[in-house]
Design a binder for this molecule. Structure first.
Ligand code: S3P
Length: 170
């Protein structure tokens, strides 16, 4: 199993899809997996049930996903590695865990236009968004940096990033 982690907007799903195609493996977007299990979208889950409910379900489904799908490419949610013992579960499940690491400025410029679709940042004023992302990423880096592989994303295309991941597979 190949697992992609990283902050919102880091391109996990895009790169994951390309990688799965290159390797002729199935691809699972974990957000979509949760949405299918819960029969509603992630924004709806946050709105109707709250973040605590979402995080509990996320941990439960992470266990199921890692148990059931040994030979797939998975892109996780941005917060998945950062709650409970999830990161430990992830690194124990596979040696092929890749952190797609982008600069905070790049993340800010990618996320600003799509704020509305992302429950964690949709209510943050544009003026406060940079500071929020900066702090949030700093906290989350503690978890992300436990990945055995770190891919520095600068200007590579998804195809180039997928190739970088492929070269490091064990
Ligand atoms: C989240 C990221 C989202 C989704 C949810 C929470 C987070 O996934 O799981 O909105 O805590 O960073 P993406 O990183 O795929 O956008």
């Amino acid at each position: 199993m190949i697992v992609l982690i990283g902050y919102m907007g880091s391109g996990k799903s895009t790169v994951g899809k390309v990688l799965a195609k290159q390797l002729e493996m199935d691809f699972i977007d974990f957000d979509n997996y949760i949405e299918a299990k819960e029969n509603r979208s992630i924004p709806e889950i946050f709105k109707q049930k709250g973040e605590v409910y979402f995080r509990n379900k996320e941990t439960q489904y992470l266990g199921e996903l890692l148990d059931e799908n040994p030979n797939v490419v998975v892109s996780l949610g941005g917060g998945t590695p950062c709650f409970g013992t999830n990161m430990q579960t992830i690194v124990e499940a596979s040696p092929n865990v890749f952190y797609l690491k982008l600069s905070v400025d790049k993340l800010i410029s990618r996320l600003k236009p799509e704020k509305a679709y992302r429950p964690l940042i949709k209510d943050i004023a544009d003026a406060d968004l940079s500071e929020f992302i900066r702090k949030h990423l700093f906290e989350r880096n503690f978890y992300y940096m436990q990945a055995p592989h770190i891919v520095n994303v600068v200007n590579q295309t998804p195809e180039e990033l997928a190739a970088e991941v492929s070269e490091k597979l064990s």
